[in-house]
Design a binder for this molecule. Sequence first.
Ligand SMILES: Cc1cc2nc3c(=O)[nH]c(=O)nc-3n(C[C@H](O)[C@H](O)[C@H](O)COP(=O)(O)OP(=O)(O)OC[C@H]3O[C@@H](n4cnc5c(N)ncnc54)[C@H](O)[C@@H]3O)c2cc1C
Length: 488
Amino acid sequence: MDQVPKNRIVPCNNKSINPAGEYVVYWMVAHRRPSWNFSLQRAVEWAETLKKPLVIFEALRADYKWACDRFHRFVIEGMRDNWRRLEGSKALYYPYIELHVNAGKGLLSELARRACMVVTDNFPCFFLPRMLSAAARHVPVLVEKVDANGLLPMQEADQVFLRAFDFRRFLQKRIIPHLFTPPEPDPVAALSMQASPGMVSHLHERWAPAYSFLDDIVSCNLSRLPIDHSVPPAEAAGGFEQATATLRTFLSNSLSEYDALRNHPDDNATSGLSPYLHFGHISVHQIFQEVAQHEGWSPDRLAPQTAGKRAGWWGMSVGAEAFLDELITWRELGYNMCWRRQDYDAFESLPEWAKETLERHKFDTRTYLYSLAQLENAETHDELWNAAQNQLRREGKIHNYLRMLWGKNILAWTASPREALDVMIHLNNKYALDGRNPNSYTGIFWCLGRYDRPWGPERPVFGKVRYMSSRSAREKLRLSEFMEKYRS
Ligand SMILES: Cc1cc2nc3c(=O)[nH]c(=O)nc-3n(C[C@H](O)[C@H](O)[C@H](O)COP(=O)(O)OP(=O)(O)OC[C@H]3O[C@@H](n4cnc5c(N)ncnc54)[C@H](O)[C@@H]3O)c2cc1C
């Protein structure tokens, strides 16, 4: 097994390893999968070095912002897949679901009291960085966080990229060695020490493992959990099994047409992978390997020039190049921002030109003004916007092209750009399965000018920020079936 690259690993405290500990803990918080996972691989590495068994601890809190039935169900389905996969392995899988706010408090510290050290995931967004820092202070042993987010380690770039073009050029120069050091598809297979349930059974009385929840997901009673029940589960099922099936369906049915059809809602030609990527149910490494295999690709097809061009560098089909540009350039651009800037979600983080133009136009008269409740309930004059919002509420997703339009219209219909930002963040993160992710902030802030340039003519409300209208979208896109389906 290859070693996890050093620039994917960050110590979270300066505590020592306890060689007398009984086991190594992998605290799975973001890369929620048993395969293609550098964090799990690092934990296995430590378990082998220290000649100890491995405990994989996956928990689900009840008190994070926007916690609801939709996200809980998706994560629990992922936990079920993980349990099934890990059940017969040498690792011990300990799933825990908080039934009351703060019920899980102290569990990690107790688990770590008998541990040699703890490995966890380095997800640079939402409440996770704060949670990890707090945990690392309380845990008595070394805590390491590992970055299994992207093809490029987040530490590889020491600057914040402000344009996709510059980041793409950087990727083209730096990504090649990383293509040859992917994580192991099955890291737990390298474990030699068998973990036993008895190692953690003293914790079960206070913090019962969630096996019964995972055993019967259909009837698992989410209504007794202290989370928002007004956002119901979506149709899409969570977990690495469904993630892999979704990827393979996309490769067989849509990849070849991705570039031509992806903007048309009726053609449904995108991958649908973003929720699985967000919850870590699938790895970008696995996706890349399967795309490359599907394309019969080998590295000798890479173009020698690294000019930052969107198409032609990989030497793959037009569809695959367009897909990889979204999956790698655009996705990892957001991770770069969140990793490097703590204010990634603040209005002040917009480029100067965007802040200046939006401020200058903030008192412009709005043709329509809607409250948060009207927007949330899709009660605007614009049928296309309402349909997109209905899709978000019902299914936890919005087609990408319409998502841009959705955000631009929120800018047009709220009292100020700062209010527009708050509304976009709230609605996106409350309903979208893939919300609360670096991509969420890429998309939302893009609507306000991030990663973009000034556009003319200068318009009311938008100023020099790029304008989009429902009228031109309706002229350009095939969306009659979409409109019919999400009319109400
Ligand atoms: C206002 C707004 C909010 C958004 N919020 C989110 C969000 O909360 N979570 C999220 O994952 N994406 C978000 N996006 C980006 C984009 O809409 C989704 O990533 C995409 O629609 C997901 O569908 P898919 O998996 O079928 O994408 P595909 O087209 O199949 O793309 C494959 C993958 O590439 C990445 N990707 C695709 N488009 C983008 C993009 N424009 N920016 C960054 N990464 C991209 C995603 O990880 C996606 O799963 C937002 C965009 C806008 C304009």
